[in-house]
Every structure is written in C-alpha cells, then in structure tokens.
Design a protein around this ligand. Structure first.
Ligand SMILES: C[S@@+](CC[C@H](N)C(=O)[O-])C[C@H]1O[C@@H](n2cnc3c(N)ncnc32)[C@H](O)[C@@H]1O
Length: 242
C-alpha cells in the first residue's frame, strides 16, 4: 500500500534506497527541523511511550529506525537498561546520533546500521522495542514488522509512534494547511531537499491508520494491539506485545 509513495519517485530504484538517500541528505538538519516543525511536542510523545515500556522492566532493548537517536537516548534516561541497539538504514543519521551521547548513555547505546526487514539478530533477543516515525518508510511493512516480532521475546512490548491526522473534519482541515502547505515550505528552506518534506505528508496519507494498522500488527503475530491518538490525533501511538 505504502510502496507507491517514494521519496524521489525514481523509476526502478527501490524505496529503501531512496529513503536511505533522503535521510542521509537531510541528516544535518533533521533534529533542528524536527523540533521546529513539531514545536517540541515529539518529546512528550516519546515520554509516553517510554512510560508504557517501563511497566515491562526491560534490560535489553532495540530502538528501530532510530535516526539521530532521540528515542534511544530518552529510553536510556527513563529506564533501567543494560543495553540498547539503536538501528537505522542511514549512516548520516546514525553519525549525528553518536555525537549526542554522553559517557553514561554511550556505555548502553550501540548505534548500528541495519535494515528492519533483514535483522542480523537471533530470535527472542530483545525485551522491548520502540519505533518512532520510521515504519511508514519501510519498503515492505509486513516483512519489517515480522522481523521486529521475531527478535522480541515472548510477551515483550513494542511501541510505535507515527504521524497521523485528526479525525475531526475541522481540525483535519487546519492540520492539512500546515502539513501540506507550510511544513514543506519550511522543510525545503532549511533542508535543501525539495522532496523530503513533500514526501512526509504523502507518506502519512498513504499509511494505514488506527484499526487498519493494529490489524496488520495482529496479522504478523503481535497480541493486544491498541492505538491511542495523541495531541488531537496528529500522532498515533500503537502498543502491542509479542
Ligand atoms: C523520520 S526518521 C525517525 C527517526 C527517529 N526515530 C525519531 O523519532 O526522530 C525515520 C528513520 O527511519 C529510518 N528507516 C526507514 N526505513 C528503514 C528500515 N527499513 N530499516 C531501518 N531504518 C529505516 C530512516 O533511515 C530514518 O532515519
């Protein structure tokens, strides 16, 4: 479903390659734009996700599609972890994440270049997993989710955050003006990648939402899949367990 929406719409080039190239291109501006365009609310969304994960007392965790590592760093600060694998396709995003580590979290977080759809970890390796604003970019969504399921221990939690759209028609219209009009202009101005912040609303629109996405989580084997609308529905938090 989300296969047809690609960053550069290059015929014959895999979505994965284009996603990697796009995040490599915008990595130097990613954190600045992320906090500007979300007015810092993204921090609260991650905090809610980590509060949920804390109920499971994980020791070894993975942050999937970690980008520049904000989720991973917040997880180490909010949980009693022994190790965390922060995995991403984009080497440039990871390089920025590595620079953000302090001596305490550098002992726990390992930034690893990798692909969600082909994880080089054994079955049942991790006690918990998070994925912030990443799964929408997967080339093969079900394969990525299946791999995430495979490397989790039975009963382990997965929390996925994704950009969404308000259900309320009036709010949706206002959000749309911002998301499709203002955000691409600001994004383009600072990132110098004209497609990156146009691809963002396109990929959000094409991505399954709410029950459609929890059905996919259950189809690949997760249990108790639920979702919560955060901040008037502009962010969706999906919770489930292996
Ligand atoms: C919007 S960024 C989110 C970064 C970070 N999680 C955050 O919350 O700010 C999406 C990230 O997903 C990564 N990504 C996309 N597809 C991936 C895949 N198949 N495997 C691993 N990472 C992937 C991209 O490289 C990018 O860094």
């Amino acid at each position: 479903m989300n296969k047809h929406v690609t960053p550069y719409q290059t015929e014959g080039e895999a979505k994965k390659k284009q996603v990697e190239q796009m995040f490599d291109n915008i990595a130097h501006r990613y954190d600045f734009l992320n906090h500007l365009l979300s007015a810092g609310i993204d921090k609260l969304w991650r905090k809610k996700a980590i509060k949920h994960i804390a109920n499971f007392h994980p020791k070894r965790m993975m942050d999937m599609a970690t980008g520049t590592g904000d989720f991973a760093i917040d997880a180490v600060n909010g949980l009693q972890l022994e190790s965390l694998v922060a995995l991403d396709l984009s080497e440039e995003m990871l390089a920025i994440g590595r620079k953000k580590l302090n001596p305490k979290n550098a002992k726990i977080i390992e930034f690893v270049k990798g692909d969600s759809e082909n994880l080089e970890y054994p079955n049942e390796e991790f006690d918990a997993m998070t994925a912030g604003f990443g799964v929408r970019n997967f080339e093969n969504l079900e394969q990525g989710l299946q791999e995430m399921h495979r490397v989790l221990k039975p009963g382990a939690p997965l929390v996925i955050l994704e950009v969404s759209q308000p259900d309320n028609k009036f709010l949706k219209a206002i959000f749309s003006i911002y998301f499709k009009g203002i955000l691409p202009l600001i994004g383009n101005l600072f990132s110098k990648d004209p497609r990156a912040y146009t691809y963002l609303p396109e990929s959000v629109e094409a991505f399954p939402k709410g029950k459609d996405f929890t059905n996919i989580l259950e189809k690949v084997g997760f249990r108790n899949a639920k979702y919560k609308a955060l901040t008037l529905g502009i962010c969706a938090m999906y919770l489930c367990e292996k």
